[in-house]
Design a protein. Structure first.
Length: 243
């Protein structure tokens, strides 16, 4: 009887000991918060470079890169073209697209530094989540105001440099004289262009983050492979625990 009790006690001890060992192994395999933050920053940086590549080719057909009029863009374009201003519309669209492309190219260091400066306080929740754009959402919410402040003068400078602002003034003067126009066009487009370019960059970052989270081949650095591989396994484990 004593032998049976000893055997049972030993088996129980071994069981809990093995569980503790498994937890220790799992803990050792889990990336540190520093590594999680590094992996998320790698992902955001990769997404930014994807955006830079898109903006570098304004003729790619990507609608995010092409300048669109503020407000009801299609209606404004149609109205101007209907009164014979097609050439001016095309000129403005082309020049502002080029200005936006030049501004993004000039602002590369600002975007990249903004990722380095991010304080990812709750990296576990940003990494282990069903939200495929969690890191991008955090980036956008925390960095957009700073990006706008830094990006605005670059946009203004590039728009003036290639004559986009002058073309825009000519178009505004024509459009605002059209009878029954309820919403006149603004004379300055700096903030609109800056916000549109930044939004376009965030769309590219979100798209790249989704690919990194769901497809191994998009994890270009060892750190991304480690932390997003862990995130996948941890999500599976949590879902199994809930069943």
């Amino acid at each position: 009887m004593k032998r049976l009790l000893l055997s049972g006690l030993l088996a129980t001890t071994l069981f809990f000991s093995s569980c503790d060992t498994l937890k220790q192994v799992a803990s050792a395999l889990a990336p540190s918060e520093y590594e999680m933050a590094a992996g998320l920053r790698d992902a955001l940086t990769q997404g930014l470079f994807s955006g830079f590549d898109a903006f570098a080719n304004p003729n790619s057909g990507n609608p995010l890169v092409r300048f669109a009029f503020p407000g009801d863009a299609a209606k404004i374009e149609k109205t101007l073209k209907d009164i014979g201003m097609t050439s001016l519309v095309n000129q403005v669209t082309s020049k502002f697209t080029n200005a936006m492309v030049s501004a993004v190219s000039s602002a590369k260091p600002i975007f990249l530094n903004s990722v380095k400066q991010m304080n990812l306080r709750d990296v576990v929740n940003l990494l282990v989540t069903d939200n495929l754009h969690a890191a991008t959402d955090y980036f956008k919410n925390t960095m957009s105001p700073q990006l706008m402040v830094a990006f605005r003068p670059i946009v203004d400078s590039t728009a003036n440099l290639n004559g986009a602002n002058r073309e825009w003034t000519n178009l505004v003067n024509v459009y605002n004289k059209i009878p029954f126009i309820n919403k006149p066009l603004e004379n300055s487009l700096t903030d609109f262009i800056a916000a549109r370019a930044i939004d376009g960059m965030f769309v590219s970052v979100a798209d790249e983050e989704e690919k990194i989270r769901t497809r191994y081949e998009f994890r270009k650095t060892d750190m991304m492979k480690r932390v997003f591989g862990y995130a996948e396994q941890e999500l599976v484990r949590r879902k199994q625990a809930q069943q």
